[in-house]
Write a protein that binds this ligand. Structure first.
Ligand code: G6P
Length: 484
């Protein structure tokens, strides 16, 4: 393999027993450990020195972590601002939540340029760069400006929305055109890839032939690489986890009661409000289920400095209190609601202890919790996955009980169906899902993307080309100035 440099905002230094937020870092950890890439990401510390990136190296199995202090002056505008208050809501089709200033965009571009400078330190003649996720849409363009001609790939872990929504992102043309500096742009699903292609045609007026966009920057291939998990590794971790003290305590406390489990970051894309309402509906419609089922909802705090997240956190706390107050008994609490994170190995044991896995996002790139829940099950007595059709995972896991997360009644019915499903049907569905998971593991995902990227032809650097010369449709060119 070439000298591979992987880049993501958040990296995982964590071992299996430490909490991790988000699927991306958890997914990349085992492949970097095994394949030996350099994984560059934020150290979590900020630096006042904007011109000279400080990098700390740590080893991670066969790979290396390169921890970068990001510039303090731009971090807020980049992370809380443009990345998580403009791009994240837009990518999850919540254009009503887009809030970002021109300064936020400037900071986003500054941080992308800063990381590009840092990456040049790892550049060798056979380097290939693989950039992850929406924090770094413009990083490839910044690398080309610094003279990089090597293959640069990009993978989006989130969905890509309809072009009418993407067009609501501030500075969308400049930003999305800059993505064409990438040789390979990977998506989770066909829908995401199609939506992106439609944006490129409609808003940028470019042709796409057989999945390849031709722009003045060169050729960019669009392709789909559904991310997977280490199926057998996760399954054996789940079997072992049964003896973990947290898992044993959970099992003991159930006293034969069935358990439904949800594990999510507190994020409006995860559909938590509707899920709680559906559980409420289930208990209201089937009072006999009191003491027969409870819900363990792990809701890991996330991006709490952003107002939409803070509001959601408060709304969920109110809903849980209200539901527990109405349905609870002196010796029984319907929802165990936990605002903290758990390590992968404990989660694996929790999943195996739950008869129902609830993965009901309103919109999700893939959702690896769905895959992990399935892999963690006891083959003799597997639980049932209730899965939103709007999670990327639903494309493969079509043997789950597929639900519309906006239809609270239908979700309550699905939970009831899951609870009463025969063991024969549970096994059949589980076997079908495991076969799908084995066909697309995380190792396969990694190998497929890297080999497609290594095939990319060498580009020329575009030191002489401004990233955004595409005029807004029907208007004179505006907003073309480079932002730093
Ligand atoms: C999602 C994103 C990741 C992100 C994770 C956690 O999975 O796709 O890029 O790292 O959420 O979010 P955070 O803002 O805590 O990094």
């Amino acid at each position: 393999m070439n000298n591979l440099v992987v880049v993501s905002n958040r990296i995982a230094r964590a071992k299996a027993n430490e909490p991790m937020t988000g699927g991306l870092a958890a997914a990349l950890l085992p492949v970097v450990e095994k394949n030996g890439a350099i994984w560059v990401g934020s150290s979590g510390r900020l630096s006042d020195n904007q011109s000279a990136p400080s990098i700390e190296l740590e080893s991670l199995g066969r790979g290396t972590l390169a921890l970068l202090d990001l510039p303090a002056a731009h971090y807020g505008g980049y992370y809380q601002g443009f990345a998580n208050s403009a791009l994240w809501p837009a990518l999850h089709s919540r254009s009503d939540l887009i809030r970002a200033s021109a300064d936020d965009y400037r900071s986003y571009r500054e941080v992308n340029a800063f990381v590009a400078e840092a990456l040049m330190r790892f550049r060798k003649s056979d380097t290939v760069y693989w950039i992850q996720d929406y924090h770094f849409l413009a990083l490839g363009a910044e690398l080309r400006h610094l003279g990089a001609v090597e293959p640069i790939g990009f993978f989006l872990h989130t969905p890509w929305p309809a072009s009418s929504i993407a067009a609501r992102i501030p500075n969308h043309r400049q930003l999305i055109e800059s993505m064409l500096a990438y040789d390979l742009i990977g998506f989770q699903t066909d829908d995401d890839c199609r939506n992106f292609a439609e944006y490129i045609r409609r808003e940028l007026g470019l042709e796409i032939d057989d999945g390849v966009v031709t722009s003045r920057f060169g050729l960019s291939r669009l392709a789909v690489f559904p991310i997977g998990i280490d199926v057998d590794g996760f399954a054996s971790m789940a079997a072992r986890a049964i003896t973990h003290p947290d898992v044993s305590r959970l099992r003991l406390s159930l006293r034969g009661e069935a358990l439904a489990i949800g594990v999510d970051r507190v994020d409006y894309s995860k559909g938590l409000v509707n899920r709680l309402c559906a559980f409420d509906r289930l208990l209201t419609q089937h009072p006999s289920l009191k003491r027969a089922i409870s819900l363990l909802q792990i809701a890991t705090p996330s991006r709490g400095e952003i107002e939409a997240y803070e509001r959601l956190q408060a709304e969920l706390a109110t809903l849980v209190t209200d539901l527990n107050g109405r349905h609870g008994e002196v010796d029984w609490t319907p929802i165990r609601y936990l605002n903290k994170g758990y390590g992968q190995s404990v989660l694996a044991g929790f999943y195996r202890s739950a008869q129902i896995g609830l993965v009901t996002p309103l919109q999700d790139g893939m959702n690896l919790v769905a895959k992990e829940y399935v892999a963690a099950q006891n083959p003799e007595d597997p639980g049932v996955l209730v899965l939103s059709r709007y999670a990327g995972a639903a494309n493969e896991l079509d043997a789950a009980l597929i639900v519309n997360p906006s239809d609270v009644d239908a979700m309550a019915r699905a939970m009831h169906t899951a609870l009463t499903m025969s063991i024969l049907e549970r096994r059949e569905r589980w076997v079908a899902m495991m076969a799908k998971l084995r066909a697309h593991t995380i190792h396969q995902w990694f190998a497929d993307f890297v080999s497609a990227l290594e095939e990319a032809p060498t580009r020329r650097a575009f030191v002489d080309l401004e990233p955004s010369l595409v005029p807004p449709a029907g208007a004179a060119a505006s907003g073309n100035a480079r932002v730093h």
